[in-house]
Design a protein around this ligand. Structure first.
Ligand SMILES: Cc1ncc(COP(=O)(O)O)c(C=O)c1O
Length: 458
């Protein structure tokens, strides 16, 4: 063995700043629009978010210092290890070197804790006492429950019905960290009651749960809303992942040929990728790949359009790749990837040609997860398995081409609370679902009449 498997940093080497890609974009991000189609100012977001986070949302400053109380919590699990997947490489008989950044080591088990702690901190600093949020897979609800507990806030979580039923232990984790979790749609909000009346058996969706959480936030005292992905400030908090990884790769004298992340709302992908996108903007040669499920192919088949982030259209209109805010994705097991939209920043860098996107079928991802678990040992989250499957495709390509490529992917979370998906796979009950074009076209009808983003100029 000539090289270590783990590349570790000391706590002193945790990045002290987050990176804001808005400072380096070739073209600026199209602004969020209000219901009247006009750009909204920061004050329009004030009932929903605290002003200190709104400032980060609209900031074009390149670096934002990470406050010490956040770093103090980060030190519980950061720096996270970068590992070389030697045993997977061997099984694949590939000349490629595969590295993965292990974000599953946080207490809730995923990257979501990086922004949960930050959002709870900034809300507390602004005098907020309670946060309301949605959760898909349950990872974000757990992360925010933990963040709120450590920062002394209350937390209410609207959990997408299908995940609520599939993942009972996630609810218990939230409860242990003081979070109050209900299935969405619920009878607790007007948005939830309306949907339940129309579709009593709906599996729910992130877009519905977001409507409920925003309604809760704007109608409850001292409460704001927290989102686990999609928004600019959330993606910025996650860049601690990519910045740490860059230090780790530098330590072993390597630079990746391809950087891969799974993409639901885009936050773990952006967290890993954006520091590398910055390198690319400044002339470095690196491919960057976002991977989504074929059942919810936002980046690969959804148009770049102005759309709402939630089903009740409570959020401003965001310019993003979208399948339409009324889209209810098939109940695949990667609950965290079942979102109709994609972060405006991720959508924008795709449009700029700085990244690529691919959509993979569920069974290929489970096969990849099984191979990973049987070689590297760790059991990945179903969301993460999309990044693993794409890394395996890249490794196979490297074999065919006889190239010693360096493949890097973000291991966004563990799957220890997602075992019923594995049970379905092992019992041969898992099927693939490719979104039919007809269904997509029907769903996109809800975009009619909404403003269109301007073309890129220059
Ligand atoms: C482990 C894991 N990875 C990825 C995601 C997808 O979210 P995002 O695209 O914001 O990283 C989730 C969402 O719940 C998740 O739990």
């Amino acid at each position: 063995m000539d090289e270590d498997v783990k590349v570790c940093l000391t706590e002193r080497e945790i990045p002290r700043k987050w990176y804001n890609i808005q400072a380096d974009l070739p073209h600026p991000l199209p602004p969020p629009l209000g219901k009247d189609g006009k750009p909204i100012g920061p004050e329009a977001l004030a009932p929903v978010f605290p002003m200190n986070l709104i400032e980060q949302e609209v900031s074009t400053k390149r670096w934002h210092a990470i406050p010490e109380p956040i770093l103090e919590v980060y030190r519980l699990w950061r720096p996270s290890p970068l590992r070389r997947a030697r045993r997977l490489e061997k099984a694949l008989k590939t000349p490629a070197k595969i590295y993965y950044k292990d974000e599953s080591v946080s207490p809730p088990g995923s990257h979501k804790a990086n922004t949960a702690v930050a959002q709870a901190y900034y809300n507390r600093e602004f005098g907020i006492k309670r946060l309301a949020t949605e959760t898909g897979a349950g990872q974000w609800g757990c992360a925010l429950s933990l963040g709120c507990k450590l920062m002394g806030l209350e937390c209410k979580v609207y959990m997408v019905r299908i995940s609520f039923d599939q993942k009972p232990f996630r609810k218990m984790m939230m409860r242990m960290w003081g979070g109050q979790c209900v299935a969405s749609p619920s009878m607790e909000t007007q948005a939830g009651r309306t949907i339940l009346q129309q579709q009593p058996n709906t599996p729910g969706s992130l877009a519905i749960a977001i409507s409920e959480a925003i309604e809760d936030a704007v109608t409850s005292k001292d409460t704001r809303y927290a989102l686990g992905s999609v928004l600019n400030h959330v993606l910025m908090h996650q860049t601690v992942i990519g910045l740490e990884t860059q230090k780790q790769m530098k330590k072993i004298g390597l630079y990746p040929d391809v950087v891969i992340g799974c993409a639901g709302g885009g936050s773990n992908f952006a967290g890993m990728a954006f520091p590398f996108v910055a390198d690319r903007i400044h002339g470095k040669s690196v491919r960057i790949l976002a991977v989504e499920p074929a059942a919810c192919p936002t980046l690969t088949r959804g148009p770049f359009a102005y759309d709402s982030g939630d089903v009740a259209m409570m959020t401003p209109l965001l310019a993003m790749h979208t399948l339409g805010h009324a889209f209810v994705p098939a109940p695949i097991h990667a609950g965290g990837l079942r979102y109709h939209g994609m972060a405006p920043l991720v959508s924008h860098v795709l449009r700029e040609g700085l990244i690529e996107a691919a959509a993979l079928p569920q069974t290929e991802c489970y096969e990849a997860a099984m191979l990973f678990a049987n070689t590297e040992g760790f059991i990945p989250a179903p969301e993460t398995s999309h990044a693993i499957a794409a890394a395996i495709r890249e490794a196979k390509r490297a074999t065919e081409e006889g190239k010693e490529r360096i493949i890097l992917f973000n291991y966004s979370g563990h799957g220890l609370m997602d075992l019923n998906g594995y049970e379905a796979y092992l019992n041969g009950k898992l099927t693939d679902y490719e979104l039919p074009d007809q269904e997509l076209q029907t769903s996109l009808k809800c975009l009619e009449g909404l403003p269109k983003p301007p073309p890129l100029q220059g």
